[in-house]
Design a protein around this ligand. Structure first.
Ligand SMILES: Nc1ncnc2c1ncn2[C@@H]1O[C@H](COP(=O)(O)OP(=O)(O)OP(=O)(O)O)[C@@H](O)[C@H]1O
Ligand SMILES: [Mg+2]
Length: 252
């Protein structure tokens, strides 16, 4: 919603009877209990021709360099891997509702939420440069690293990261960079930073880690790849490993 608007996110239990399940016309839509998560906007909405394509990988109407067209195909894959399905209700000019149906287990007791194990903060105040075009992501990574006793400098893109590194490069113990970014992507960012310091320890974070970026990062000799979404624990463990290996490279 470019000019603002209301985004509603709701969750509830929803029993589908056989008729409703048929009406939804989806192979995973059997009758039974579901948890329904609804995300509703009052944005542009979509016409039927568009709705047919939105789950296709790389289908995007965003300007070149701003969208990967992978948001919805990734969401669909995640929902389906949980045995669920998606339903979209949309009208041009009125907005869109995405319904995520996840099969519910009857009578199951909620599992106890795993407690985040931040046993001992592993950091010794090392300074980490974090590059990500998404502000919420930068904030989460920053908070996590600070809980792990690292210090953090944020950059919202490759150019900013290079500018910061050119000025204060000597202070940084490592860089964590997102791979999918507009303008300069993660690979270009890493190449530019490595031109300033060929030995710079790098973690590449990406939702496409294993498929698209894994081999490319491997060619740059980068073995620390963090698949998104990652937990705080996974992030801290990877940073700790990277820094340990940097301190004693022959052990790595
Ligand atoms: N809530 C919505 N309202 C209107 N159009 C939408 C909505 N969600 C998705 N679309 C349309 O579907 C297309 C594909 O969405 P998808 O999330 O897969 O990729 P993207 O948003 O273009 O890129 P990315 O998710 O990488 O930022 C969008 O480009 C847009 O045209
Ligand atoms: Mg998207």
């Amino acid at each position: 919603m470019r000019s603002g608007g209301v985004l509603e996110i709701a969750a509830r239990n929803q029993d589908l009877d056989a008729a409703e399940a048929r009406r939804l016309n989806h192979p995973n839509a059997a009758h039974g209990p579901y948890v329904l998560i609804e995300v509703q906007d009052i944005g542009a909405g979509m016409a039927d021709e568009m709705l047919e394509k939105i789950f296709d990988p790389f289908f995007t109407t965003k300007e070149f360099g701003t969208g990967s067209g992978l948001g919805l195909s990734t969401s669909l894959a995640i929902v389906q891997s949980h045995g669920g399905f998606l339903n979209v209700i949309s009208a041009v000019g009125k907005g869109t509702t995405f319904q995520v149906f996840l099969p519910a287990l009857r009578g199951a007791r909620p599992a106890e939420a795993p407690r985040p194990k931040v046993s001992q903060p592993a950091g010794k105040g090392e300074l980490i440069l974090v590059v990500d075009d998404e502000a919420p992501m930068r904030l989460i990574i920053q908070r996590t690293l600070e809980m792990g006793n690292y210090r953090v400098v944020l950059a919202s893109g490759g150019a900013e990261a290079v500018a910061i590194y050119a000025e204060r490069g000597g202070e940084f113990a490592a860089v964590i960079t997102d791979m999918t970014m507009p303008m300069m992507d993660g690979l270009e960012t890493i190449n530019a930073l490595r031109a300033l310091n060929p030995k710079l320890p790098v973690i590449g974070a990406s939702g496409l880690a294993s498929t698209v970026y894994g081999p490319k990062l491997a060619r740059l000799g980068i073995r620390h790849i963090l698949p998104k979404p990652f937990s705080g624990q996974e992030l801290l463990i990877m940073v700790q490993k990277l820094l340990e290996e940097t301190r004693s490279p022959d052990v790595a």
